[in-house]
Each structure stands twice: as structure tokens, then as C-alpha cells.
Design a protein around this ligand. Structure first.
Ligand code: UD1
Length: 428
């Protein structure tokens, strides 16, 4: 299994090109199941989760063709044509769903288009139980019958889905996406209330509109959809990855560096930028990107609470904790989205951080320096937080189980090394 070796203490200076958003790309790829025509997606990141989605869609009968890297040195991101005519199969098997929870996003499109679908129950994962009840209640509201048997969700709507009012009791990104996709082919009008407002959902909605869907309220918590008998071909470019953007912003901050994040937008990371600036980091919008500098090399402690968008993203909690671990002062970090999302804490403490967890909050008392150690990556965002901590630490850090990183960060060693980090992948 690959490991990453980092010699810390170098200030990072340079330019990092931000890729397309994984969490926008996955639902957009699932949307290809809604039409018999070709959905052509560009700016797709080169990540393990995207490959898993390609496998799943191929299993379902979608023909996926990769048109190679776009111009600009091949770094604009890949272009895929997804042609979803007749499914050979309407089942998403356990083996693929187990590897990636986002596989559940094929349920809505399959059910809406073919009146039936079967998807393995995702089950628990490292960051909590993560149920799918909100997805299922939404489909039931649209008239589907749901059965849970032998670890699978079977959904049926032999006469098609019917538009309805779907009110989510709590905010869920995946459930909003699944119901939104299904509603585009339902008969009549659907209103989704208390919808999640993440930019990836707006991205999906804009793409669905290009495919012929009628959707109002994009970007708000109420989405109104008028169902259509069918959708058609479209070309669509995936938005920049806001979590990758914010992660490299923290890399600049934690190493006292100066990084230009190219091909991304400040409005996508506003809540993270507010916290960084509150901690004393300079974040400014420049032409075609964002510049992040932290000449003092330190930050001040600041309290952070994760919330649904536009609040501070849970997918940035671990990275921010690595930064605050070497701040001047104390910070309280509260995780309100997922239980059990503090698995990076013991690893950071092994590097010398002073962090105590009390329920859903962590008290982080800043220390002057972290020191390198041998560490274990546990999930995607926890893994990158260890990389960030290692970049700032004294001495050498080895991070094991880096396959988690490959699920969400494209060419991470290359991008950091280009800014002066001493980082390498050790293949075993
Ligand atoms: C998506 C993102 C993930 C991010 C998360 C929160 C993708 C592929 N993943 O995950 O990176 O961390 O949003 O921004 O886009 N819940 C239920 N019942 C459900 C669904 C969710 O109780 O049916 C709960 C979850 O356990 C969690 C909360 O709702 O506590 C939010 O989860 P949700 O927004 O659905 O996250 P995902 O869509 O899984």
C-alpha cells in the first residue's frame, strides 16, 4: 500500500491549479442516466471516486467515452461523454456502493426513467452511520414503493413518479440531489423544501436545465421542478472544487507561504475565507483565482462550527483543525454534520498537538510546533489534514493508507511539490 513521506518546515510558494469538484462531478455523472442522449461533461477531476462512478455507470449500461484531457497542458480536467440509452441492468451492486456512498445517486435517475431500481444499502462508514432515510422518504413522496431486503433498496414506480411536495426535516446534500434528479422526469410539479444549498447542487440544477429540465429556485432552499417526459443531450463544465481550493489555502497559511490558487473563485469558499482572515491570514481575489499569504507564519485561535452551506463545510473541519493546532491561542471546533468525524485528532496529537474532544466539540490549544511522526490516514479529509500538519511539522512524517487521499485530491504530491514542499509517494 502506498505511503506518503513529507519533510516539513518549508514555506510553500507558487501556483496551484484547482480541478473540477468531485462532489459536483459525481451527481452530474449520475444525471447521464436521465437521458438516452449524450451528456458531455468537462473539467472532471482525475480521482478514484470518478473511476468508481464510471464503473458503476458502465455496469448499468451507460457508454462512457473519455475524450482525453482538455488543452492547457492537460490540466483543465478530463472530458467524458456519457451515453445513457437502455440500461442492461438496474442494480447498483454492493461491491461498488461499499466503495463510494455517492453510488446512491443512481437511484433517483434510474427510478424516474425506468420505474424501478435496486441499489445496495451503503451502510455505515468511518465518519458515522450516515443513513439514507431522507432519500427514501423523498422517493415515497413521489409515489415510489420502497422495499429493504437482503441489504438492498428496491424502489418501484411502475406508472412513473408523480410530482409532489417533498419537505426534508433536515438538510441533506445527497437526498436533495437524488430527489431533484428524479423530479425532472416525474409527472407534474415537485417542490423540494428545506433543500440543501451547496454550490454542487446548483451546478447539478444548471446542468439539468441544459438537459431540458424546468427548475426554479436554484441556489435557494426551495426548488420547484416541472417534470418533463424526457431530457436531452447537453455539454456542461463542472465547477471548481471548493474543498480542494480551501485545503490549499490552508496549506499556504500553515506553512507561512504565498500561493496563487488558479481557476477557482472566492465566493465558493467564503465561509472558510472568513475564518482564515479572522485568524490573520490574507485571502484576496485576483484575476482567475485567489491568493493566500501568511507572512507571519502563525495564526490566531478562532472558533469554528460546521454547518450546511453557506456555513463552514464539514469537509474542511479536519484541515482547519491542523492549522489551529499550531495557532497562538485556543479554538473550539464544533462538528454539527457528522458524528465521529474527529478521527484525525489522535493522529494530530501524536504529532504534538494539544486537542481534547468533548462530544461534538474539540478544544484545540495551539502549540508552537508539531513534530513529524508515522501516521495512519482514516478517511479522505482526515488524511489531507495530516498532510497539512506534516508540511508544517519539524522532521519527517510518513502517512500510511494514502488511498483515501486519491479518492479526493488529484496529484496532491505534485501540486504541493511544485510549491516547494518536500513530499513523495513511496510505492510498496
Ligand atoms: C455530501 C458530500 C460530503 C459532505 C456532505 C455534507 C458528496 C458525494 N458528498 O455527503 O462530502 O461531507 O455532503 O456537506 O457530495 N442524513 C440522514 N438521512 C439521509 C441523508 C443524510 O440522516 O437520508 C444525515 C447524515 O447522516 C448527516 C447529514 O444528514 O448527518 C448530512 O448528510 P448529507 O448532506 O446527506 O451528506 P452526503 O450527501 O452523504
Amino acid at each position: 500500500m502506498d505511503r506518503i513521506r513529507i519533510s516539513g518546515g518549508k514555506s510553500l510558494n507558487g501556483t496551484i491549479k484547482i480541478g473540477g469538484a468531485k462532489n459536483a462531478a459525481l451527481p452530474l455523472m449520475a444525471a447521464s442516466l436521465l437521458t438516452s442522449e449524450t451528456l458531455c461533461l468537462s473539467n472532471l477531476p482525475h480521482l478514484a471516486d470518478i473511476t468508481t462512478m464510471v464503473h458503476l455507470l458502465s455496469e448499468l449500461g451507460v457508454e462512457v467515452s473519455m475524450n482525453g484531457d482538455a488543452p492547457d497542458g492537460g490540466h483543465i480536467g478530463r472530458v467524458f461523454g456519457l451515453n445513457g440509452y437502455e440500461p442492461k441492468n438496474k442494480t447498483a451492486p454492493y461491491d461498488l456502493v461499499r466503495r463510494m456512498r455517492a453510488s446512491i445517486l443512481v437511484l433517483g435517475p434510474l427510478l424516474a426513467r425506468w420505474g424501478e431500481a435496486k441499489v445496495s444499502l451503503p451502510g455505515g462508514c468511518a465518519i458515522g452511520t450516515r443513513p439514507v432515510d431522507l432519500h427514501l422518504k423523498g422517493f415515497e413522496a413521489l409515489g415510489a414503493k420502497i422495499e429493504l431486503k437482503e441489504g438492498y433498496i428496491s424502489a418501484f414506480a411502475p406508472d412513473g413518479l408523480k410530482g409532489a411536495n417533498v419537505l426534508f426535516p433536515s438538510v441533506s446534500v445527497g437526498a436533495t440531489e437524488n430527489i431533484l434528479m428524479a423530479a425532472t422526469l416525474a409527472d407534474g410539479k415537485t417542490t423540494i423544501s428545506n433543500a440543501a444549498r451547496e454550490p454542487e447542487i446548483a451546478d447539478l440544477a444548471y446542468c439539468l436545465r441544459k438537459m431540458g429540465a424546468e427548475i426554479e429556485g436554484i441556489g435557494s432552499d426551495t426548488l420547484r421542478v416541472i417534470g418533463k417526459p424526457e431530457l436531452h443531450a447537453a455539454d456542461y463544465q463542472v465547477i471548481p472544487d471548493r474543498i480542494e481550493t480551501a485545503t490549499y489555502a490552508v496549506a499556504a497559511a500553515i506553512t507561512g507561504g504565498d500561493i496563487l490558487l488558479k481557476g477557482t473563485r472566492l465566493e465558493l469558499i467564503e465561509s472558510v475565507a472568513d475564518v482564515l482572515m479572522g485568524a490573520g491570514v490574507n485571502v484576496s481575489e485576483v484575476e482567475d483565482g485567489i491568493r493566500v499569504t501568511n507572512p507571519s507564519g502563525r495564526v490566531k485561535g478562532i472558533d469554528v462550527m460546521t454547518e450546511p452551506y453557506p456555513g463552514f463545510p464539514t469537509d474542511m473541519q479536519a484541515q482547519m483543525m491542523a492549522l489551529l493546532a499550531v495557532s497562538e491561542g485556543a479554538s473550539m471546533i464544533t462538528e454539527t454534520i457528522f458524528e465521529n468525524r474527529f478521527m484525525h485528532v489522535p493522529e494530530l496529537c501524536r504529532m504534538g498537538a494539544d486537542i481534547n474532544v468533548h462530544g461534538s466539540s474539540a478544544i484545540v490549544r495551539g502549540v508552537d510546533k508539531l513534530s513529524g511522526a508515522e501516521l495512519m490516514a482514516t478517511d479522505l479529509r482526515a488524511s489531507i489534514s495530516l498532510v497539512l500538519a506534516a508540511l508544517a511539522a519539524e522532521g519527517e512524517t510518513i502517512i500510511n493508507r494514502v488511498y483515501h487521499l486519491d479518492r479526493g485530491y488529484e496529484r496532491v504530491e505534485e501540486k504541493l511539490a511544485a510549491c516547494g514542499a518536500v513530499i513523495e509517494r513511496v510505492e510498496e
